[in-house]
Design a protein around this ligand. Sequence first.
Ligand code: HEM
Length: 150
Amino acid sequence: MDEDFTYENLNGLKYLNAVINETLRLAPPLSSVQRVSVEDYKLGNTVPKGTTLEFQPYILHRDPLNFDDPEQFIPERFVNPTHHPYAFVPFGGGPRLCIGQRFALNEMRMCIAKLIHKYEFTTAPGFKLDYFTGNFLLTPKQVLVNIKRR
Ligand code: HEM
């Protein structure tokens, strides 16, 4: 069965990839990304050289101008996506885009596909997802699930 979990097969699992993207939209692990301007730049006002600028994937991803019903978990929106390329930036963007993006996506596809192939996961009764705050990494306090062999 292991031979079915190839790069090509995993890449072609449209709904699995949509679920991963929708999860990265609502819970981008890196909630803010910084840049320093290397020269004066006109952006409405002039941003002087040496200014630290920050964009927050978490905020962009939940902006109703970018996504309809942004607070809802709707993987289908990533099956045939229509959003602006810079409206969804869990791995950043431009020349300093996350170097591990493909590796991370592959790893997620492989682990999730193998696990749900053999086991069924449900959230534990009464469990509510909660995150540590005040950290640049979005980390859940705990994840309680029930696991059943299929
Ligand atoms: C879900 C997993 C991951 C997420 C959400 C993530 C997210 C990000 C983000 C938002 C950036 C900043 C990009 C920017 O400044 O525009 C970044 C940079 C980076 N990431 Fe990741 N990352 C992940 C996994 C990984 C992995 C697995 C590796 C290495 C194997 C990695 C290596 C790096 C490196 C080296 C940079 C700096 C790139 C540069 O400045 O040129 N990341 N990542």
